[in-house]
Design a protein around this ligand. Sequence first.
Ligand code: CMC
Length: 391
Amino acid sequence: TGLITLDLGYKNTGATLSDITYLDGDQGELFYRGYPIEQIAEKSNFTEVMYLLLHGELPTTEQFDTFNGNIKKYNFVAEEMKKIIDAFPRSAHPMGVLSTLTSALTAFNPKAVNVQSKEEMDLAAELLIAKFAHLAAWTYRKTLGLPLNHGDNSLNYVENFYKMAFRLPNEEFEINPVVTAALDKLLILHADHEQNCSTSTVRMVGSAHTGLFASVSAGISALWGPLHGGANQAVIEMLELIEKDGGDVNKWVAKAKDKNDSFRLMGFGHRVYKNFDPRAKIIKKAADDLLAALGIEDKALDIAMQLEKVALEDEYFIERKLYPNVDFYSGIIYRALGIPTEMFTVMFALGRLPGWIAQWKEMRLKGDPIGRPRQVYQGAQKRDYIDISNR
Ligand code: CMC
């Protein structure tokens, strides 16, 4: 006991010591294991980044091949899992389906639950990474009522996911390298972001020594919320709404500033970045490049650019240091790739998976204690029970 420090939303409370990701919110800088995100996004690939986050170092060719081989080897998902998917209504939100499936993996892989050694943790990590691409793809196909595809081991992780999710029955399917490269970059940019809400959830649940799959399932639920990963869906919905409403961005900026109006400019602001989110900068450029390469003109992108301009010059946003965040432009890329809005947060989950796992592994290996915050009680003082007939 002793004096309890109240810190709503843990704005200034460090929950752990970590070696994985460093972000400087004032400078707008982000590093994975010491490597600047700009270099990683330009030169690396998602599979390599998964290895880097999990193991702390970039892999040698041999290490990469072993890791990549394991991910291909373990990607079988039990047929019974399809029955679970069948039981959902087609209207189910993909994030709810994904979280359920991830938790259900526990039942089909019991050995991966009660892990103690580093080797057992690495195996659980590879099992989850391998199967998760199926789960994400199947979740998407459920919403469209399409048959559930199996993977193609001749492809890399991102291409394989893409084909499983988007190949239509009885149609030739060709991987468009421009598309999969953009997707790869997006997944890299989402791969870890230190103690954000979903990662803290994974660590909190895992701190009770709950298994990895159930811990990650809880993280998916946290990510679902519109203040966190769900913002990418909310951004596109907002841009569509503004477009339908006539496209007057000033009106919507005014709404966002109005304290009597609960509307917030989705994709703006961040708990830690008080400067441009470095990921947003990279994504904005990737969105421009992709739209140009695919020859797409997207009105939502025009509105996003106008909105950004007006907000960045507005006293309210300047004073509060509210800049576009990672979710502001990612939806535009997903849309250009033909990914439906409801799937956006599933894409975020696919990207964040290695971060969740790396953080879970770090916590368990360091032997962090069970997470258990305190509170300052402000409810009723001691009083006597009154029988229901006398209330
Ligand atoms: N539009 C209008 N005003 C805002 C916004 C916004 N998007 N974001 C923050 N503010 C205001 C807020 O009203 C408050 O004003 P005041 O000081 O007058 O009360 C001030 O800025 C500080 O905001 P806060 O809510 O105390 O800040 P926070 O650190 O608790 O919240 C946030 C951070 C990201 C939840 C918030 O900025 C927000 O709701 N943004 C919109 C949703 C969004 O884009 N989320 C994605 C975050 S990044 C990726 C991810 O985590 O997945």
